[in-house]
Design a protein around this ligand. Structure first.
Ligand code: GLN
Length: 197
């Protein structure tokens, strides 16, 4: 699964932990780059949407005139992988969003923002992950969980009884941050998904 320099995978670079994702993708040998403009989005075979702050990221996407192009590409089947805030951006529905908080959408899930509560702002846990032989070391930071999934959604991992990693066709999302901690396997699964399309 390594060494695919012909695959171009963008990382939405409006806000959040962009560099860590680019480093994870670089380590897998793909052509990884930041995306801030519609022309850059057009070059992408797949897109990672990082963690950060979903309310800020969606506003910036609108200001940068990227929101409609993002919706169009995702709806047209471009593979996308959202982590934490990125999961929120891919979700069709949000609970506890900011008033009127928009999303890119495409993933038939309801996410609850900051779901794990104030006392546990961040925590780490080893989670079994469908398709991976060994558990993934998952780092959660003010993370959402998935409250409801549509019937085309496959649950890949759960924590506290809620889905925290899901896949629906070309869309992958995790509540946690696989870009921290040096385990490239979830990114590897996304690269495989991009390669398969
Ligand atoms: N709580 C953040 C939000 O709602 C997500 C946190 C993260 O991405 N680490 O956007």
């Amino acid at each position: 699964m390594t060494g695919r320099p012909s695959l171009r995978i963008g990382v939405l670079a409006l806000q959040g932990d962009v560099r860590e994702h680019i480093a994870s993708l670089d380590a897998l040998g793909v052509d990884a780059f930041g995306v801030r403009r519609a022309e850059e989005l057009e070059r992408c075979d797949g897109l990672v949407i990082p963690g950060g702050e979903s309310t800020t990221m969606i506003k910036l996407a609108r200001n940068f005139e990227l929101l409609e192009p993002l919706r169009a590409r995702v709806a047209a089947g471009m593979p996308a992988f959202g982590t934490c805030a990125g999961m929120i951006l891919l979700a069709d529905r949000i609970v506890d969003g900011a008033e009127g908080q928009e999303t890119i959408g495409g993933l038939d899930i309801t996410v609850r923002r900051n779901a794990f509560g104030r006392q546990v702002d961040s925590f780490e846990e080893d989670l079994p992950f469908a398709g991976l032989a060994d558990p993934v070391h998952a780092v959660f930071i003010r993370a959402p969980w998935v409250e409801r999934v549509g019937e085309r959604v496959e649950v890949l991992a759960t924590a506290a009884g809620h889905p925290v990693a899901v896949r629906q066709e070309h869309l992958l999302a995790t509540s946690f941050h696989p870009e921290v901690g040096g385990d490239a396997r979830v990114h590897g699964a996304f690269v495989d998904l991009v390669a398969a399309r």
